[in-house]
Design a protein. Structure first.
Length: 159
């Protein structure tokens, strides 16, 4: 299924900024038309987002085993079940899914997700990871997010 979005904007700078952001997220322009409304002419640009990771497009859906993360819709799914995530949980999960099966040290997570914010207490990381782990591994699902004692954390598909 190809998902489409229509952009109509009367300010050229805003249009350029919107299109740049949408292109960065994997959309591509498929049509440009002029539309007249209320005596003004607007350029409309229809864009579509290809499924998967077509050549030349930034990946918009990340997958690690049965776990999927849609970066456009900001939704997570595991084995057909939607996982509700808060903003920080989404950022953390996105980071782990971009580094699957790699041990991520706490300091790396702090710098890359929290932008090396010294004000962030390390127990906040533990709280977010604990909540995220509970959401990902709820019910009888095998765990995917693991603590590697003394080293860091790792996200890997269940074995």
């Amino acid at each position: 299924m190809v998902r489409k979005i229509l952009v109509i904007e009367d300010d050229a700078d805003t249009t350029v900024a919107l299109l740049r952001e949408l292109r960065d997220r994997g959309y591509r322009i498929v049509a440009i038309d002029a539309i007249e409304a209320e005596g003004q002419t607007f350029d409309s640009q229809a864009l579509d987002r290809p499924e998967g990771n077509a050549t030349g497009y930034r990946q918009t859906v990340l997958r690690v085993g049965p776990l999927c993360l849609d970066l456009i819709d900001r939704t997570a799914w595991r084995e057909g079940r939607r996982i509700e995530l808060r903003s920080w949980e989404f950022r953390i999960l996105e980071y782990f899914m971009r580094h699957p099966a790699r041990i991520v040290p706490r300091e790396r997570l702090l710098c890359d997700v929290w932008r090396c914010n010294a004000a962030v207490q390390t127990n906040r990381i533990d709280v977010h990871l604990s909540t995220l782990r509970r959401k990902l591994d709820s019910g009888d699902l095998p765990p995917m997010l693991h603590n590697v004692r003394g080293v860091g954390f790792i996200l890997e598909p269940p074995s």
